[in-house]
Design a protein around this ligand. Structure first.
Ligand code: SAM
Length: 283
């Protein structure tokens, strides 16, 4: 049986030794034991090792495909674990200065009709989770970052917050009455957005609304330092039309597309976009 060894440096510069022995990754003990933590998007038959290419290796008996990623989930978690308290101190009260955002959250809440919980995906310190709960929704929060979740629990006693990746939700098909993705898709590489929206489509009930908020634009920004911490993360801006097309490609019906101009008094440097889409009742 063939054996392969790879040393791959991820974007944080850490090297991981991956030794592959023979059979299909989904059944091979060596690979199973190397599986990465829950925030890495590891699927049966594939191994996420935190680099940026897809390698396919073939021996006479077996083809082994290794999906390698940018390590963006690990990077995102490390970043927000480091800056969680600073982030919360800066943004926790932000909605008070943003009437349009409050209105958008209100529209989303009114569109939630069916049975089941609403998920605030990438909830951070729970400011939108708390707002949606105050609007009467049965809402819980999910985030990669334990530090963010600790703040969310502290700030919203009585609400449920869970750790996990929104790319791989531990939820049955059609089980959510709504989902909000409030500035949390901004670290997902563009080539992973179809998979992200497909996952949202899978877990939402027919007719259930999805809210996606993000900074509008074309540029991305990479930070190597934030709030005095040495961290590394890319922030993506996206064109609303591109995001709307990705949502419809994933099977959603677009409900509304709202863009607010940048507000200099709030130190914003880009317009803000808010898309609401629904999983069609017939899909
Ligand atoms: C810019 S913050 C926004 C937080 C919150 N929605 C708010 O508006 O305050 C982005 C958040 O999304 C979370 N996040 C990013 N990608 C995620 C993923 N794949 N799964 C779960 N959480 C994610 C990060 O950990 C971080 O807390």
């Amino acid at each position: 049986m063939a054996a392969f060894s790879l040393v791959i440096a991820d974007t944080l510069g850490r090297e991981r030794l991956t030794r592959l022995v023979g059979a299909h990754p989904g059944t091979d003990e060596t690979l199973q034991s190397r599986r990465t933590p829950p925030w890495d998007d590891t699927r049966p038959g594939r191994l996420s090792v935190g680099a940026s290419t897809v390698l396919t290796m073939t021996d006479s008996e077996t083809e082994i495909e290794i999906e390698t990623e940018t390590g963006f989930l690990s990077e995102t978690k490390v970043f927000y674990d480091a800056i969680a308290e600073d982030y919360a101190a800066l943004f926790q009260e932000e909605l008070k200065d943003r009437p349009l955002e409050r209105a958008i959250l209100g529209v989303f809440a009114e569109l939630v009709e069916g049975e089941g919980p609403v998920a605030d995906l990438g909830c951070g310190p729970g400011r939108t989770t708390g707002r949606l709960a105050a609007l009467g929704l049965d809402v819980y929060g999910l985030d990669l970052s334990e530090s963010m979740l600790a703040i969310a629990r502290r700030e919203n006693p009585g609400l449920r917050f869970e750790q996990g990746s929104m790319l791989d939700l531990d939820l049955p098909d059609g089980s959510l009455a709504g989902a909000s993705c409030w500035y949390s898709s901004i670290h997902t590489p563009v080539d992973r957005l179809p998979a992200l929206f497909a996952e949202f489509h899978r877990v939402l009930a027919p007719g259930a609304p999805l809210l996606v908020a993000f900074q509008a634009g074309d540029r991305h920004r990479h930070y190597d330092r934030a709030f005095g911490h040495d961290v590394s993360l890319t922030f993506q801006r996206r064109q609303p039309d591109v995001m709307a097309a990705l949502l419809t490609d994933a099977g959603f019906a677009l409900h509304s597309r709202t863009v607010r101009e940048a507000d200099e008094s709030l130190h914003e440097t880009s317009p803000q976009a808010f898309l609401i889409a629904r999983r069609p009742t017939s899909s």
